[in-house]
Structures are given as structure tokens and as C-alpha cells.
Design a protein around this ligand. Structure first.
Ligand code: TMP
Length: 204
């Protein structure tokens, strides 16, 4: 069996940059690495991503939103994640089921247990080995995003929502200390990279 690592955190926490470093690290160590982002990562899941992030869909019901994220994830598990893990590869996820636990379960108020239960069907036995949580005050992340591109449907949620997300990740990390490692993402990109790689090396 392979190894599944997910990277999580509020919008604008710097996941993409760090995933590049993690990918290079594992490749240099001789591992076969697969990287995928959520929602997305397959043709069908990318179409669902478009629906989820489209600012035309501001009236989307929270439950419909939860199911769409879960559907995109089920397709990604089926097409990419499970086959890669079965082949012994390292899979690095740019967001995974904990994003639904925090955004839909905590910030939308649908409940963490409900979200894990719904997602369990699509995960089809896939379990996360390690989660890196990039901790950042929400206003810092959002202002980074605003300077990069137009805000999507999720980013357009108010400050209150994004505070709940940042706080929700801390709650989740406290709930699963054996799996989720929190890293201070207010540090420089290089310092965050070194902190992440130290956790990974310890785990290997
Ligand atoms: P991204 O900006 O990291 O690509 O993620 C897209 C947005 O979707 C981001 O605002 C977080 C949100 N999201 C959820 O609300 N639930 C989920 O399950 C996932 C994967 C992302």
C-alpha cells in the first residue's frame, strides 16, 4: 500500500507552493508521487468544481454543496487515489475530506460527523496517513487571494465564514492529534517548507 498525505488550511494559506516542495522531496527520495487537488483532479471532478466555485450559483443549498464536494471526491478516489495507493505510490492531496469537515461541517454548520459519514461512501476504504494543517489568520489568506484573482463563490463568503474555517481547522487538529500536524503558515515560505519536511522525515 502507498501513502496518503493531505495538505489543509484556510483559503490563501500557501498550500500550492508547499505541495511543489513536497513533491520534489519525495521524488528525490525515489518515491513515485501523485499530486491532486480538490475539488477537481479528474475530468468529471473538474466539471463539478466549476459548478461549486461559479459565482452564478450563490443560492446553492449547503447540503447540495456538501454532496457535490463528496461526489467530486468519490470520482477522484475511484480514478486516481485508490489506483495510485494500490500501486504503492505516495499521494499528496491539495485538500481532502477534512476540507468538507471544516467548510461544510463546521463553517456551514452541517456537523463534522455527518460530513464524514456522507463522504465515507465515496472514500471506499481510503484512509489518510498524515495531514499537514497550515494555520493562518483568515484575513491574511483572503487578502493574498484578492491580489491574485477574482474571488470565487466560496471565497466570497463573509469574514465571519472564513474565521469559522480558520477556527474549524484548529478544532479538527485538536480532535485528531495523531494524524493532523499544525504548522504556523505566517512564517516565510522557506521556514514553512522546512517545518513540513521535518514532519515528513520524522514520519518516514
Ligand atoms: P481551493 O481554492 O483550495 O482550490 O479550494 C476551493 C474552495 O473550495 C476553497 O474555498 C475551499 C472549498 N472547499 C470546500 O468548501 N469543501 C471541500 O470539501 C473542498 C475540497 C474545498
Amino acid at each position: 500500500m502507498g501513502f496518503l498525505i493531505s495538505l489543509e488550511g484556510p483559503d490563501g494559506c500557501g498550500k500550492s507552493t508547499q505541495i511543489g516542495y513536497m513533491k520534489d522531496f519525495f521524488a528525490n527520495e525515489g518515491y513515485e508521487v501523485v499530486v491532486a487537488r480538490e475539488p477537481g483532479g479528474t475530468k468529471i471532478s473538474e466539471k463539478i468544481r466549476d459548478i461549486l466555485l461559479d459565482t452564478d450559483n450563490m443560492d446553492m443549498d449547503y447540503r447540495a454543496e456538501m454532496f457535490l464536494y463528496a461526489a467530486a471526491r468519490a470520482q477522484l478516489v475511484h480514478e486516481v487515489i485508490k489506483p495510485a495507493l494500490d500501486a504503492g505510490k505516495v499521494v499528496i492531496m491539495d485538500r481532502f475530506v477534512d476540507s468538507s469537515a471544516v467548510y461544510q461541517g463546521i463553517a456551514r454548520g452541517l456537523g463534522v460527523d455527518t460530513v464524514y459519514e456522507i463522504n465515507d461512501i465515496g472514500l471506499n476504504g481510503v484512509a489518510i496517513d498524515l495531514t499537514i494543517h497550515l494555520d493562518l489568520p483568515p484575513d491574511v489568506g483572503l487578502s493574498r487571494k484578492k491580489s491574485q484573482h477574482e474571488m470565487d463563490r466560496m471565497e466570497l463568503n463573509g469574514d465571519d465564514f472564513h474565521s469559522k474555517v480558520a477556527e474549524g481547522y484548529r478544532e479538527l487538529a485538536a480532535k485528531f492529534p495523531e494524524r493532523i500536524v499544525t504548522i504556523d503558515a505566517t512564517k516565510s515560505v522557506e521556514e514553512v517548507r522546512d517545518d513540513i519536511l521535518e514532519v515528513i522525515k520524522r514520519m518516514l
